[in-house]
Design a protein around this ligand. Structure first.
Ligand code: FAD
Length: 486
């Protein structure tokens, strides 16, 4: 039966609209769908068949059942800030957007947990409980707009994950709609060492390929009693990166230990939140320690001793909360700031043992020289989680291919020293082929077998996370062609 106000002959649009309350909760016109043709990874663009906006778990389950019954590919979408193409509708999927499910369901301070809907924006959780002295630790730089559902799917990290752990360490329970539309609960409310397989751990970081998360129980933490934040400037990158390694091996675990190199500094100083970093400096570390007030100064002194031994040029301590917030805004808007110095950039996301930082940064510098493209580095140095940002101009013939090659070479450099190809942004479409840098065929097959169990028809978010068997190289070619066609 046709749904009032829906102007298409596509019977599935009518079928889906009925499940979510009518024409106001579905998009299907091309001009509306364009906004959903990619996420933060803009190289691959594909239009979805439709975007539906369910308002609760039951509506999500009905949409999923409908897609499963009618053999329609589908995927979940949060805020669309993903950087690896996880929410791109490669197969004309029906997108199930979770943005209407954006409530904070409950806060239980006594047991230090909160329950949220998947479309709840990350930063809103901390803002909602800050006046009671609590916060939610995982703090991706996109936290002002990304959703906690998307964070669970990507196992998001952030600057303060060095000390407090990434998303998976803060998830106590999930409600999930499986690809056949069944609703299950995972995690037994955070009981440690619960019996059975750790499906909560499996679901977290599965990049929306095993189910759609519809409710999340998270751990919340008490605000630390004291915080101190410093900037340490170095005349060469090797000294800066050695200092990172030395700080951790001295047994100090700062809350955050971030690094930016000269090109990155040029970008952030040209963008919205300049803080007056010296123009001629090779690297800056943004270091924050927190905890009980007693001992904070001692930790800072120890850190500065390490930096002095590594020839630090200058150290600045944040004078007040306002200055600290500005330094963090300068760092957290760093990716976007590259737009101030380059028309295009590709964000990469490798991880290495932090003791190998100096040599990998040197290799990245070499890759930059070989390709003739500038590469800025802004990263979670304490975790060894690198973000080489390859700067290029898609209007110049050949630069796009070079940028993709440079990005892939950076990931190869990480894999070569025993690291891996993603620390927090996920594999998505972008790094499917690079999975081969770190996994043997048998290991990839073991993982795709798990996907088969949950998602046997592969209707949910197909074509993500794993390389296509026998297509090594072809996917890269497609990416180049797609980018060149833009
Ligand atoms: C400027 C900028 C800075 C960033 N900084 C960081 C950072 O510091 N750390 C970091 O980890 N990431 C960072 N990111 C990447 C991105 O913000 C994270 O991956 C984030 O977790 C994505 O959330 P989202 O709501 O936008 O998800 P989307 O982009 O909408 O989706 C991402 C993936 O999750 C799946 N998904 C979404 N919601 C659900 C759900 N409810 N159930 C199941 N699957 C779902 C989608 O299908 C897709 O595969 C940054 C991105 C930008 C643009």
């Amino acid at each position: 039966m046709a749904v009032k106000g829906i102007k298409t002959k596509d019977k599935h649009i009518h079928g889906l609209a009925k499940l979510v309350g009518g024409q106001r909760a579905i998009l299907y016109h091309k001009e509306d769908l364009v906004a959903y043709d990619c996420d933060g990874f803009t190289i691959h663009k594909h239009l979805p068949r439709a975007v539906v906006f369910p308002k609760n778990t039951e509506e999500v389950a009905k949409c999923v059942k409908y897609c499963a019954t009618h053999n329609l590919p589908f995927l979940a979408r949060g805020a669309g800030t993903g950087l690896s193409g996880g929410a791109v509708p490669l197969h004309n999927e029906v997108i199930i957007s979770l943005v209407r499910m954006k409530n904070l369901i409950s806060v239980d301070l006594e047991n230090r947990r909160a329950v949220v809907e998947p479309g709840f924006v990350n930063l809103k959780l901390t803002n909602s409980i800050a006046d009671r002295g609590y916060y939610y630790a995982p703090d991706p730089s996109s936290q002002y707009c990304c959703t906690i559902g998307g964070n669970v799917a990507e196992n998001a990290g952030g600057a303060h994950c060095l000390k407090y752990g990434v998303t998976t360490n803060h998830i106590l329970g999930l409600e999930v709609v499986l690809p056949d539309g069944e609703i299950i609960e995972l995690g037994q409310n955070g009981i440690p060492d619960a019996p059975g397989y750790d499906l909560l751990g499996l679901m977290t970081g599965s990049e929306g390929t095993l189910g759609i998360v519809t409710k999340i129980t998270v751990r919340i933490l008490k605000n630390p009693e004291a915080k101190k934040t410093v900037l340490a400037y170095f005349d060469n990158v090797t000294d800066g990166s050695q200092a990172v390694s030395d700080i951790i091996s001295a047994g100090i675990v700062p809350a955050a230990l971030e690094m930016m190199d000269k090109t990155a500094i040029e970008g952030v100083e040209a963008a919205a939140f300049p803080v007056g970093h010296p123009k001629d400096i090779a690297a800056v570390l943004l270091i924050e320690v927190d905890g009980i007030a007693v001992g904070i100064d001692e930790q800072i002194t120890q850190i500065l001793d390490v930096c002095t031994a590594r020839n630090v040029r200058e150290v600045r301590a944040a004078k007040n909360e306002e200055e600290r917030a500005r330094w963090w805004a300068n760092r957290k808007t760093g990716f976007g700031a590259m737009g101030a110095i380059s028309p295009d950039y590709l964000v990469q996301d490798g991880v290495i043992p932090r003791s190998r930082l100096p040599e990998v940064l040197e290799r990245i510098e070499q890759i930059s020289e070989e390709t003739g493209l500038r590469i800025a580095n802004i990263f979670h140095a304490g975790d060894g989680n690198l973000h080489p940002l390859v700067l290029f101009d898609a209007r110049i013939p050949g630069q796009t291919e070079k940028a993709i090659e440079a990005g892939s070479a950076c990931l190869q450099a990480c894999a070569d020293v025993g690291g891996t190809i993603t620390g927090e942004h996920g594999v998505g479409i972008e790094k499917r082929e690079e999975m081969r840098f770190v996994f043997k065929d048998e290991e990839i097959i073991a993982q795709t077998n798990i996907r088969e169990v949950f998602n046997p028809g592969n209707l949910l978010n197909a074509g993500k996370l794993f390389p296509t068997p026998g297509r090594c190289g072809e996917v890269k070619k497609e990416m180049k062609e797609a980018l060149l066609a833009q």
